[in-house]
Design a protein around this ligand. Structure first.
Ligand SMILES: Cc1ncc(COP(=O)(O)O)c(C=O)c1O
Length: 468
């Protein structure tokens, strides 16, 4: 037997130790600093040893325990970017997914895993008002946005065989960086990405969009897609999806929605996402607002035929051997990935365990926490709200009214100080040119007290960094 093969009793022993370590981490996370106290050099030194030629055996569990001192902790006061501590049933199911090690290429290789993935696609599509959409799970919103735009390109300016033709993509100036990245990679030309100005709520200005489309049409430049945002990364702004859909139809453009952050809010407040059912494709990150451990994103699309036209290019060795619509199904004919992990299992198990209503309630709580923070900010004379709260991102700054000049530097210093203190983790954004402190709630562990702690920490950090 190979030295790599574990006896069942050894597996049980290691699994129990790692389960205990995980439980200790989870139960102790609330009391820990969010930022490791170790310096970069100290963290690097933990891993600068030579590769062990002989294994350390069970001592590897001690290594895992030591590593915990150098991770960014996930607890109820984690609010930077769009990150969640991760739901624990999903984490356990993820272990089982790795043990089962299904390669979710096609039904032929992973029958149950394909069925589970199709099941969660069906559940979530229906829950967000897109019943009947097809889709697949991806590593993240960036991959889902790339795939959505690849389909847009193949539907309007096919480039798979002859090479890409430059074509115009429209999005707001608040669009996520994954969109220019995708436009570049797809050979459409980043110069052809029109960044349309936004209104006072950071939503795409549809009149300006209409004018930009007309100008490009008049000059004979081929249009490919409108990318609407359902939850911009800075402020959570949601573009007018129905308005964007009408323009897309009128001008024969594909409508992709980057809903990586915000589209799942439809579970709690469908009215905010009105028009979502009208789109051609939409990305949603379950590792953001369904609290899943990384990685777990979903790309939904209306027309599987366009997905096949975009992604199907199969060698004989993988070709399904069955004409049966279930047994002949292959994700790789609708995705850029061939080998794919069993991502759907954690999401399926976590929804099965808690029920969808628990997720709706957690999202509703995040939305309420954002409003609570905004209210606290507005009630505090030294703080200033910098953007309307549309979803769960709150952008604000410390401002004692002594003048604009030093405010950016001062708020950057406050953020650094907060990071050193490690009690609350937030990040930053640039709002109409100003440095903003930004807290984003996609955290099922957060309590009202944790929200209040943000304001307390900003004020303490302001006092510690100046005459605050
Ligand atoms: C609006 C938006 N789109 C796309 C992405 C990219 O998602 P991922 O990091 O999963 O690739 C993010 C990530 O924060 C986002 O907020």
């Amino acid at each position: 037997m190979s030295a790599l093969s574990l006896q069942p009793d050894v597996f049980r022993r290691l699994a129990a130790q790692i389960a205990e370590l995980s439980a200790e981490y989870l139960s102790g996370a609330d009391a820990r600093s969010l930022i490791p106290s170790l310096s970069g050099a100290e963290v690097a030194a933990m891993f600068d040893g030579a590769v062990p030629e002989a294994g350390v055996g069970d001592e590897v569990v001690d290594d895992l325990a030591r590593l915990t001192n150098a991770v960014r902790i996930g607890n109820g006061r984690l609010f930077p970017y769009v990150v969640t501590p991760g739901e624990s049933v999903a984490a356990l199911a993820d272990l089982y997914a790795s043990v089962l090690n299904q390669n979710v290429t096609a039904w032929r290789s992973a029958p149950a895993a394909v069925a589970v993935e199709q099941c969660v696609i069906r559940w979530i599509a229906a829950a967000v008002g897109c019943a009947g959409f097809h889709g697949s799970l991806t590593s993240g919103g960036s991959a889902a946005n790339l795939m959505g735009l690849a389909m847009a390109r193949e539907s309007r300016l096919p480039g798979n065989d002859e090479g890409a033709t430059p074509g115009v993509v429209y999005a707001s100036s608040e669009v996520h960086m994954s969109i220019p990245k995708a436009v570049g990679l797809l050979g459409l030309g980043r110069r052809n990405l029109r960044l349309i100005p936004t209104d006072d709520r950071f939503r795409i200005d549809l009149d300006a969009l209409r004018r930009a489309i007309a100008e490009d049409e008049a000059k004979g430049r081929p249009g490919v897609a409108i990318v609407a945002s359902a939850g911009t990364v800075n402020t959570g702004a949601i573009d007018d999806l129905a308005g964007a859909a009408a323009l897309a139809t009128e001008h024969d453009l594909w409508l992709h929605v980057d809903g990586a952050y915000g589209a799942l809010a439809a579970l709690a407040e469908p009215a905010k996402l009105e028009g979502l059912s009208l789109v051609d494709s939409v990305s949603m990150d379950a590792h953001k607002w369904l609290y899943q451990p990384l990685d777990c994103s979903i790309l939904f699309y209306r027309d599987p035929e366009i997905a096949r036209r975009t992604f199907a290019h199969s060698d004989d060795y993988v070709r399904p051997l069955s004409d049966d619509p279930v047994e002949g199904f292959a994700f790789f004919e609708q995705s850029l990935e061939l080998s794919r992990r069993f991502r759907a299992l954690k999401l399926w198990a976590s929804i099965r365990y808690h029920g969808l209503s628990a997720f709706r309630a957690a999202i509703a709580a995040d939305l309420r926490h954002a409003l609570l923070l905004a209210e606290r900010v507005e009630g505090e004379p030294a703080l200033q709200l910098l953007a309307p709260v549309e979803l769960s991102a709150v952008c604000f700054r410390w401002n004692d009214g002594t003048g604009e000049d030093a405010l950016d530097d001062r708020n950057a210093a406050i953020l650094s100080r907060m990071n050193q203190r490690g009690r609350v983790a937030i990040s930053n954004a640039t709002i109409r040119g100003s440095f903003a402190l930004r807290a984003c709630f996609v955290n099922h562990l957060t309590t009202d007290d944790d929200v209040v702690a943000i304001v307390d920490e900003v004020l303490v950090a302001a006092a510690e960094t100046g005459d605050g």
